[in-house]
Design a protein around this ligand. Structure first.
Ligand SMILES: N[C@@H](CCC(=O)N[C@@H](CS)C(=O)NCC(=O)O)C(=O)O
Length: 227
């Protein structure tokens, strides 16, 4: 049985990508949630990971004697291990594009990631409005995502980025959470895509679990729920 190690579901955007993919593709696995109580060497989080992870980070996948770390390597491993699930688009050209989309998000969108931390339970439109006003780099990241989503929906006809659900949508799920939490201004067709992602069973399951956690970490205090 695959062993999936994740951080707090409310906060761990890297873990969410893998968790959504596992759930959406209905890949049997056992899950361990590691509380991200801090990233110092003495934190419980690091101590629990020390024995099993070369990086001390989540997500982490263990399959028998194979350990896979880093979300991108994990989803590539899953795509190879479960070819019948078609986790990447089947068409070669679409697949190359999907890999580009995923790689771009994996190594980019730093401003959005820095200023709009994922906190699924929170609704922070006031914070989002200030970020939108003051952070041109965030506006640029959002514009890039909007252009990309718009173009892919037009090219492949929706409802997901490459038609059917793929790793690319799992990758965009935390982005959709950020868009929603910070109420960032989006064109109608992108808002509709965000809602379709939120309605995916794998995303709903993750979000429900995030709400149920009720485990608010001190270093994430600025990102608590406000109503
Ligand atoms: N590039 C890695 C990033 C993983 C990552 O930074 N995970 C965070 C939790 S969301 C973590 O474990 N942080 C602990 C640390 O930075 O020490 C991936 O894609 O898996």
């Amino acid at each position: 049985m695959l062993q999936f190690h994740t951080g707090n579901k409310n906060y761990s955007s890297w873990s969410m990508r893998v968790g959504v993919l596992l759930a959406q593709a209905q890949i049997p696995h056992e899950e361990t949630v590691l509380r991200m109580d801090g990233f110092g060497p003495d934190s419980e989080f690091k101590q629990r990971l020390r024995a099993i992870s070369p990086t001390g980070k989540v997500p982490l996948l263990i399959d028998g004697d194979t350990t896979v770390w880093d979300s991108l390597a994990i989803v590539e491993y899953l795509a190879e291990r479960f070819p019948e699930k078609h986790l990447w688009p089947q068409d070669g050209s679409a697949r190359a594009r999907a890999r580009s989309v995923v790689a771009e998000l994996h190594s980019g969108f730093g401003a959005l990631r820095q200023h709009c931390s994922m906190s699924i339970e929170a609704q922070l439109p006031d914070v989002g409005a200030i970020i939108w006003r003051d952070q041109p780099t965030v506006r640029a990241d959002v514009q890039r995502a909007v252009d990309l989503i718009t173009e892919l929906l037009a090219t492949y006809g929706g409802p997901m980025l490459f038609g059917a659900f793929s790793i690319a949508d799992a990758w965009y799920a935390p982005m959709c959470m950020r868009f929603a939490t910070y109420a960032l201004p989006l064109p109608r067709q992108v808002q509709d895509y965000v809602q379709r992602v939120q309605a995916l069973p794998g995303v709903k399951a993750w979000v429900d679990a995030a709400h149920a956690e009720q485990d608010f970490l001190a270093f994430m205090e600025p990102y608590r729920l406000r109503r």
